[in-house]
Design a protein around this ligand. Structure first.
Ligand SMILES: Nc1ncnc2c1ncn2[C@@H]1O[C@H](COP(=O)(O)OP(=O)(O)O)[C@@H](O)[C@H]1O
Ligand SMILES: [Mg+2]
Length: 201
């Protein structure tokens, strides 16, 4: 049975770690992928978006994310779903709503309409929101000396707005399940696994 599952949350919330840990445990046909990226055009757009070499208008940024999302969806996500696979995707529409809609201040309605043009009716069936306050997420990526990108380098106030935005979205949409990602990683992985298994039925 196909199912479109997305992982959301700020940088350092554990999206990549949890997704990679849960995938093999599901023991079903699935693909894992990420946004922005996952395919050639979208990885090229990702490089533009995350590079420190450019500064860009907030709406340009929102459109590039949506363009990247569109191509990734038609080239990779839709075919996998059509083939009956589970798709686990690191970030999707809620990232745009939180980062561009809330944190950049464009507004959720505006970002939603651009994204509806991009994705038509392909909304996730289930979204795991890994909830951590921005100080904790940012400290994790600094501790692990992972390379930071243009968005990571925004102010703490920006990341606080991303966090508030995600919390609002989680209150609004039934498909979003919130997981307390401040706990030890094994517990977060176990919770995520249980939520997915329950949804798969
Ligand atoms: N619950 C957790 N407790 C402690 N460290 C964590 C936890 N979740 C993730 N980490 C660490 O934080 C860093 C960022 O995790 P990652 O999965 O890359 O987050 P994301 O993909 O959301 O940015 C990694 O070094 C990871 O090991
Ligand atoms: Mg990641």
């Amino acid at each position: 049975m196909s199912m479109f599952i997305t992982f959301e949350g700020p940088e350092g919330s554990g999206k990549s770690t949890v997704m990679q840990a849960v995938a093999p445990r599901l023991e079903r046909p699935l693909i894992t992928t990420r946004e922005p990226g996952g395919i050639r055009i979208s990885e090229a757009i990702r490089d533009l978006l995350l590079s420190d070499d450019y500064s860009m208008d907030a709406r340009t940024e929102a459109l590039l994310f949506a363009a990247s999302r569109r191509q990734h969806l038609v080239e990779k996500v839709q075919p996998a779903l059509d083939a009956g696979q589970i798709v686990l995707c690191d970030r999707f529409i809620d990232s745009s709503l939180a980062y561009q809609g809330y944190a950049r201040g464009i507004g959720v309605e505006e970002i939603m309409s651009v994204n509806q043009f991009a994705i038509e009716n392909y909304m996730p069936d289930l979204t795991l929101y890994l909830k951590v306050p921005p100080e904790i997420g940012l400290a994790r990526i600094m501790d692990n000396q992972r390379e930071t990108n243009r968005l990571d380098n925004e102010s703490l106030a920006f990341h606080q707005r991303v966090y508030d935005g995600y919390n609002d979205l989680a209150d609004t949409y039934e498909r979003i399940v919130t997981i307390d990602a401040t706990r030890p990683i094994d517990e977060v992985i176990e919770d995520a696994y249980q939520v997915i298994i329950k949804k798969l039925g």
